[in-house]
Design a protein around this ligand. Structure first.
Ligand SMILES: [Cu+2]
Length: 217
């Protein structure tokens, strides 16, 4: 008995130390979510490998985001973003930003433009302004903001504002990646203008990529 007691104590101490290790590291090892969003709608023909895109304006991006992010405050970066007015279009046509981000709207054309929105998260009207000028707008509340120009009726844009960092806009090839995700099971949604959004479940493992593709119609 005399020998077993210290031995038990040593094993117990070792187990306790091992159990405490992840907590001492601050957080478990993170994974990430990546994949492709394919658009099957008349608005956009998916880019064909090796062929120049006839109308670059149709390179429109999708947004992928967590429905229930693991946390909302950690790692939030609200800086500056830009949406230019060029050839009477907003460029990029879609922005995905963190709440608190200020967006500049420079006018690159030779004509006047205006930027306004009637969307609930951010109603605003920057007025009409001349070529070479730029105006700022800060987006505080999460949600989807549609922007327009009151001079050119066809000009429109989308600004997605998130109060967490678990989102990404797709590249021109439709790829996306959401980094630094704590292991767990999540519901993730892909959004694209004019079509039904789609929600899928994904399981994220430590230190690994979780592949998650979407096809939107
Ligand atoms: Cu305009």
């Amino acid at each position: 008995m005399r020998a077993t007691l210290p031995f038990t104590a040593i094993v117990f101490a070792a187990l306790t130390a091992a159990a405490a290790l992840p907590a001492m590291n601050g957080q478990a090892e993170l994974g990430w979510v990546q994949g492709e969003v394919a658009i099957r709608s008349p608005l956009v023909a998916p880019p064909i490998e090796g062929q120049p895109q006839a109308r670059p304006r149709e390179h429109r991006r999708a947004v992928v985001f967590f429905d229930t992010p693991p946390h909302r405050n950690d790692g939030l970066v609200s800086g500056r973003a830009e949406m230019r007015q060029r050839d009477a279009t907003f460029d990029p046509h879609l922005l995905a930003i963190t709440a608190g981000t200020t967006v500049a709207f420079p006018n690159d054309d030779r004509t006047y433009h205006n930027v306004f929105s009637l969307s609930k998260p951010r109603r605003f009207d920057l007025g009409r302004y001349a070529a070479g000028r730029s105006k700022d707008m800060r987006f505080e509340r999460p949600g989807l903001v549609r922007a327009f120009c009151d001079i050119h009726a066809h000009m429109n844009a989308f600004i997605h504002v998130f109060d967490h960092r678990f989102y990404a806009a797709t590249t021109e090839r439709g790829r996306y990646r959401i980094d630094r995700v704590p292991p767990g099971t999540y519901r993730v949604t892909a959004w694209y203008e004019g079509v039904d959004q789609q929600t899928r479940e994904v399981v994220v493992h430590p230190g690994a990529a979780a592949e998650l593709d979407f096809v939107l119609h």
